[in-house]
Design a protein around this ligand. Structure first.
Ligand code: MIC
Ligand code: SF4
Length: 643
């Protein structure tokens, strides 16, 4: 039987395991990326591993998240990252150069290569035919040191696209449709491959919008084949040499096939507060809006911005609306400026933000109380905008721009727009903001800069013989890492300071969480389905570790968070019978009398709820490697032990 696109790339990079769905495999990683909000931790971990230089083909560190510098913390962390890059052989994309996924696609994306990044939207690279996967910082640190990346062999799902998009309907609507069909947990354990005649009308940046939001499906990755459209993009970036054709085998087998006719698609919106809460814009109707934000790694390409400029040209943003625009990279911003389109955007009254994540991660532009905010972003989790009562709708750039002028939600199709824009045959290429590392000889003289905000990594311990712990919190389904470890302008500067961050853990769900953990000292978290969805931030594991969390018991886990828990030495457990979830209440004392032996012997885990006088059997499905990691007390200790 033939192989799918993803299976072909995995086969070429396989270093351990067998390509059987669900089995753990190890793959060789060609490229890594980090961003600054996860990067400080990833580079502290890389330093702790003790390698002199990175061993990948290419590693890049981007500064794009923590760019609001209201104190010394972010600037210090940037300097720390820059000094590690110079010393260890990593390219450094300076603040202002753009959002990691946008810049990586433009300047480094390469069909057929593997990329892992300490950011959940790393799968954006699938738009150019890479197997690009989001991972925790420690996994990225290990890969930078030449170690394999371990994941469960995913299923392959094919999304067959036919027809072409009508003017006013865009790539964002395609992925919102996929989210409507599959839901935020529909992609777990899967790689989504796009195929069919319909892909021929989608440019690389449009494909990247679609693969970017595969993260919201919970998918391991999303990928398009590499074809003449990919070649055209690479040529325009002056990187024709990076091109190779890539297609699935003719007789490749997919576990599921979904057909979408692009011609039939309408503009869609993900309504508050989940990316899969999708409805047609025409069905939602002309609700009044207060804010429009255009940008983020999902929709900040030149193509998106040129369409926005065309819509805004000669118009004025509605007086009831604040419109802010952040082009995704220096290249995009520079090209908008040189062709005059930036002037159309400015003239209409848009507030121009720097090329960075900005409001997508709550770095400014929080909406007004109860404010309705249309965003071209990828996540609308409750509270993520910085305003707890804010109502965030995820839409396409076209819907966002038309609505900004009207002051109400507008279906672009109702205006029969002509949005054809021409992408130049050559992009303006100037990599002057990507600093090259020092040579190995020079590197010895470089000292790594540690600012006062950098605190030691929390230490984990090997699994003890037995555990007696308090259930400190019980959550519902689809808890995000934004719930566990919120982001935003006030907290993000402390990503290298776990003790400080710990006060904010679960604050939105239970304001007493921190105090309860302090009282209990040894803790367990109880949750529902898809626990830990969303970002790759390992802080959502490291902070609970610091607060004494030894195990997390849930109905099911999101992929990256589960890996981060194991890496941190926290035991991931699932209910063998999901009805058992109802038997635990916060405050219950849970005993695990045989936990170490049961993990070693690959048995179910015995848990006695002493308050309820009830014994449960829990699942702890681990690969041999994961078992080794947990028993050693986390990936750092495990890696040091195997080096
Ligand atoms: C996000 O979109 O939530 C982030 C901020 O990019 C995160 C990474 C982080 O928390 O630093 C992600 O998606 O992984
Ligand atoms: Fe940045 Fe937002 Fe993309 Fe995360 S989702 S990488 S915060 S732009």
């Amino acid at each position: 039987m033939g192989l799918t696109l993803c299976q072909n790339i995995i086969k070429n990079h396989l270093v351990s395991g067998e390509m059987t769905i669900g089995q753990e495999i190890g793959i060789r990683i060609d490229q890594t990326l980090t961003q600054d909000a996860t990067g400080t931790m990833a580079y502290l971990e890389f330093e702790a591993i003790g390698k002199k230089r990175v061993e990948t083909e290419l590693s890049v560190a981007y500064i794009d998240h923590n760019t609001l510098q209201t104190g010394f913390e972010n600037a210090d962390d940037h300097r720390f990252i820059q000094s590690v890059c110079m010393k260890r052989g990593i390219r450094f994309s300076r603040p202002g150069n753009g959002i990691c996924h946008q810049v990586h696609l433009e300047r480094f994306g390469c069909p057929g290569k593997t990329l892992i990044g300490s950011d959940s939207h790393t799968p954006t690279g699938g738009g150019i035919g890479m197997l690009a996967i989001g991972a925790g910082g420690l996994d990225v640190a290990v890969a930078m040191g030449g170690g394999a990346y371990f994941l469960q062999m995913p299923e392959s799902v094919k999304i067959n696209l036919t027809g072409t998009l009508r003017s006013g309907v865009s790539a964002k609507d395609v992925i919102l449709e996929v989210l409507r069909i599959m839901s935020v947990k529909g992609g777990i354990g899967k790689v989504i491959e796009y195929a069919g005649e319909g892909i021929k009308s989608l440019s690389v940046p449009e494909r990247a919008t679609i693969t970017n939001m595969g993260a919201e499906l919970g998918a391991t990755a999303s990928i398009f084949p590499s074809d003449e459209i990919t070649l055209e993009f690479l040529k325009a970036q002056g990187r024709e040499k990076d091109f190779s054709f890539l297609a699935p085998d003719d007789d490749a087998h997919y576990s599921q096939i979904i057909d979408i006719d692009l011609t039939l698609l309408s503009p869609l919106a993900a309504m508050p507060h989940m990316p899969d809460n999708v409805k047609k814009v025409s069905e939602i109707g002309p609700i009044e809006i207060n804010q429009v934000l255009i940008g983020s790694c999902t929709n900040s390409s030149l193509l998106d911005m040129l369409k926005v400029a065309k819509i805004l040209k000669g118009k004025t943003v509605h007086p009831g609306v604040s419109l802010a625009v952040s082009p995704g990279s220096k290249q995009v911003l520079n090209m908008l400026a040189s062709c005059g389109a930036l002037s159309d955007i400015i003239d209409a009254g848009a507030r121009i933000l720097e090329s960075a994540c900005g409001p997508c991660i709550g770095m400014g532009q929080a909406p007004q109380t109860e404010g309705v905010s249309l965003r071209t972003f990828n996540r609308n989790f409750e509270g993520r905008s910085g305003t707890p009562s804010g109502k965030i709708y995820l839409v396409s750039p076209e819907t966002a721009a038309f609505s900004a002028i009207a002051g109400v939600l507008i279906d672009p199709l109702s205006l029969s727009p002509d949005l054809s824009v021409k992408i130049p045959e050559a992009f303006l290429v100037n990599d002057n903001m990507i600093e090259l590392p020092a040579s190995e000889l020079e590197a010895d003289k470089i000292e790594i800069y540690y600012g006062p905000n950098i605190k030691p990594l929390p230490s984990s311990t090997p699994v003890p013989e037995e555990i007696s712990a308090t259930a400190v919190i019980k959550t519902g389904d689809n808890i995000t890492t934004d719930h566990i470890m919120p982001a935003g302008a006030k907290i993000l500067p402390y990503r290298s300071n776990i003790p400080y961050l710990s006060q904010f853990c679960f604050r939105q769900v239970d304001p007493n969480f921190f105090e309860n953990c302090k009282k209990a000292s040894i803790c367990v978290i109880v949750g529902g389905e898809n626990y830990g969805q969303g970002s790759s931030r390992e802080h959502a594991a490291l902070v609970p570790l610091y607060l004494g969390v030894k195990a997390v018991i849930v109905k099911s886990f999101a992929r990256i968070h589960r890996a981060n828990l194991i890496n941190a030495g926290i035991i991931p457990l699932t209910f063998s019978n999901s009805e058992d979830y109802a038997t635990i209440e916060p405050g219950d004392i849970l005993e695990f009398p045989l936990i170490k032996a049961e993990i070693e012997e690959e048995k179910q885990i015995t848990m006695i709820n002493t308050n309820k006088q009830k014994t449960l059997l829990l699942n702890c499905d681990l690969s041999d490697r994961q078992r080794g990691v947990l028993l050693k007390g986390g990936l750092l200790e495990y890696t040091k032990g195997t080096n």
